[in-house]
Design a protein. Structure first.
Length: 179
């Protein structure tokens, strides 16, 4: 029984070299196999991949362009709405200025006009304000300030009293806005 002989292709010391050589052979074989395929077989694979990437970019470009278009339309709509609001505001200012010009002779006047009692017992100061304004030369008016006082006959005050059953509450227009 003697020595044992190994029957390997590569000696023990050259294992690394053999592995490197095997990898090199396999890589070369793949390269040759790739070159051996016809150009018709290679093109559809590359075109399919490139075409799908191109399609993806095109779809996303369309989406982005659509988003920008929507944003542009919204900004244009905002500009239009702002212009309409400005026109409306300008027209409102013109109308207000016209109203002020139409009432140049309007003013507040002072006086003392008694309010008559209405059917429901409340004082009717609209007629009193109109009467006060007409006395000052205006067409009509509305009350700005009113005064309410208790009015008693002189005999109540002569007897030393400040109030009594004979006294009643009266309302007067003291200031009116006349036109």
């Amino acid at each position: 029984m003697g020595e044992r002989r190994s029957s390997t292709i590569c000696p023990k010391e050259a294992v690394r070299t053999c592995i490197f050589a095997a990898v090199l052979v396999v890589a070369s074989a793949l390269a040759v196999a790739q070159d051996a395929t016809s150009p018709d077989q290679k093109a559809p694979q590359n075109e399919g991949f490139l075409a799908s990437v191109g399609r993806w970019f095109k779809e996303h470009t369309t989406t982005v362009n659509s988003s920008f278009e929507d944003a542009r339309k919204k900004v244009e709509g905002f500009g239009s709405a702002a212009g309409d609001a400005a026109k409306t505001t300008v027209q409102g200012a013109k109308d207000a200025a016209g109203a002020v010009v139409r009432i140049p002779a309007a003013r507040a006047v002072s006086g003392h006009e008694k309010c008559q009692q209405a059917a429901n017992g409340a004082p009717d100061c609209v007629a009193a304000a109109n009467a006060m304004c007409k006395a000052k030369g205006f067409d009509s008016g509305s009350s700005l300030d009113m005064t309410t006082a208790e009015v008693c006959p002189p005999k109540v005050y002569a007897s030393g009293r400040m109030s009594g059953d004979e006294c009643k509450m009266e309302t007067f227009v003291s200031r009116a806005f006349c036109q």
